[in-house]
Design a protein around this ligand. Structure first.
Ligand code: BES
Ligand code: ZN
Ligand code: ZN
Length: 466
């Protein structure tokens, strides 16, 4: 773990066991140059001897009678630089280090995120703590980064928890823990969900021994003038149901609640930051399983909104749970909805593993979310809600079917969702970026917490115009 501390001391002045010195295109930063002058040019001589140019993420560790120095190559992406540095430092044995802050906020966020570990289920967990002193950083910036990172870490933890532990009930319990931060959390059990008429959500849930939960969270600080409604997909495991997934595709399906985890992480972050707007979150949590009670192909379901749906693929379950959650959010008075879901493999085919697909029913709302994602350093790209493809969702027996054909799968999924809301909707298909198959600059393989930072930027942005 890394803890961050603001300090007035510069590299030349600080007294710590290790100093990190930035290098960009073979050059030291002005602070680094002052330090090097104090060291009679030791750093530049060592760089020349080692042929060290400071390519992004490259490092050179130097020990001398004057202390220890880690020369580190700067990337254009300062968050990624922070993440890589955190991973480098966690391999070294120093308990403390001094770092020039540069752009303190993104650097701090990268340092914190890069040091994340999930070792709860390992006999030998990592318990090392590294104190990083950021030269000339504003304490408020570090405080903000800590709170945002806490939201991201929680989302990552929830995704990384195994599905035998993180059942729908356990996810609801996790949501209930936000009461400690002043949120109102309501959890509906199966009976209450049935009484509301959420027939699509219930159909997906019915094959499992673990009962579903509908989670409704409210963060409502006094004097709030804006409102944001968030919906997250909450499949704690997606086997595909009778349209069963093959092993390789099923292996990471504990992460099919990453949208819901992002909603929870963002609400936690918002509460810690004390953002002055109302935020609501809705998660229809269940498992998609196979059993004698499971839903079938051909079943016709009655949604909360009243529309009927013919099931033509039980693996297109997310949109069924989301249809009911979205309509419920609107019924609760949502003015605009941001929805996040690991919805389709098709979005991953289109944009790869790092970029989320963005669909919007209204342009102002779309621009807000795009701008927020850019600021947050999370990659999203728009795809069209092409009306011509709506006919792919026609059913001979019901109002709609739950899948289109082989082509444009992310689009038909988004079109399906859009049928259940009239207020501006942005749908983020995060099937790619929610779960990393290998370690990256900002963390290890596994849950990434994708969406938390974007949602917090969106929320922040809404308070700035209000
Ligand atoms: N949870 C999956 C989507 C997914 C795929 C998430 C890969 C993360 C990584 C979703 O429920 C699903 O199975 N979608 C189907 C839809 C199809 C049946 C129309 C898919 O993408 O194959
Ligand atoms: Zn599925
Ligand atoms: Zn799914």
């Amino acid at each position: 773990m890394i803890t961050l501390h603001a300090t007035e001391a510069t590299l030349a002045e600080g007294k710590v066991p290790l100093k990190v010195v930035w290098v960009r295109k073979g050059e030291l930063t002005p602070q680094g140059q002052v330090l090097d002058a104090h060291l009679d040019g030791f750093l530049r001589r060592a760089m020349a001897e080692a042929g060290f140019k400071g390519e992004a993420g490259e490092s050179l560790l130097l020990a001398s009678s004057e202390g220890n120095f880690l020369l580190f190559g700067l990337d254009e992406d300062i968050r990624a630089t922070g993440g890589r540095l955190a991973q480098m430092l966690s391999k070294l044995a120093f308990p403390e280090a001094l770092v020039e802050a540069l752009e303190a906020y993104p650097l701090a966020e990268g340092l914190l995120l890069g040091a994340y570990r999930f070792d709860r289920y390992k006999e030998k967990g990592e318990d090392k703590v590294l104190a990083l002193h950021l030269s000339r950083a504003r304490p408020e910036e570090l405080e903000r980064a800590r709170k945002v990172a806490e939201g991201v870490f929680w989302a990552r933890d929830l995704v990384n928890e195994p599905p035998n532990v993180l059942t729908p009930e356990a996810l609801a319990e996790a949501a209930l823990s936000l009461r400690a931060l002043g949120l109102t959390v309501e959890v509906l059990d199966e009976e209450a969900i049935r009484a509301l008429g959420m027939g699509a959500f219930l159909a997906v849930a019915q094959g499992s021994q673990n009962p579903p939960r509908f989670i409704h969270l409210r963060y409502a600080p006094e004097g709030a003038r804006e409102r944001l409604d968030l919906v997250g997909k909450g499949l704690t495991f997606d086997s595909g149901g009778y349209s069963l997934k093959p092993t390789e595709s099923m292996a990471t399906m504990k992460g099919d609640m990453a949208g819901g985890a992002a909603v929870l992480g963002a609400l936690k972050g918002a509460a810690l930051l004390g953002l002055p707007l109302e935020i609501r979150g809705y998660i229809a949590a269940c498992e998609n399983m196979v059993s004698g009670r499971a839903y079938r192909l051909g079943d016709v379901l009655k949604t909360f909104a009243g529309k009927t749906v013919e099931v033509m693929n039980t693996d297109a379950e997310g949109r069924l749970t989301l249809a009911d959650a979205l309509a419920y959010a609107e019924r609760q008075g949502a003015k605009r909805i941001l929805e996040l879901s690991t919805l389709t493999g098709s979005a991953v085919v289109a944009l790869g593993e790092e970029v989320a697909a963005l669909f919007a029913t209204e342009e102002t709302w779309q621009k807000r979310v795009e701008e927020a994602a850019r600021k947050a350093g999370e990659k999203v790209w728009p795809l069209p809600l092409e009306k011509a493809y709506r006919e792919k969702l026609k059913s001979p027996v019901a109002d709609m079917r739950n899948v289109g054909d082989r082509y444009g799968g992310a689009i038909t999924a988004a079109l399906f969702l859009a049928e259940f809301v009239t207020v501006p909707l942005v749908h983020l298909d995060i099937a790619g970026p929610a779960f990393a198959k290998k370690a990256h600059a900002l963390g290890p393989e596994g849950g990434t917490g994708f969406g938390v930072r974007t949602v917090l930027e969106v929320a922040q942005g809404l308070t700035e115009v209000a």
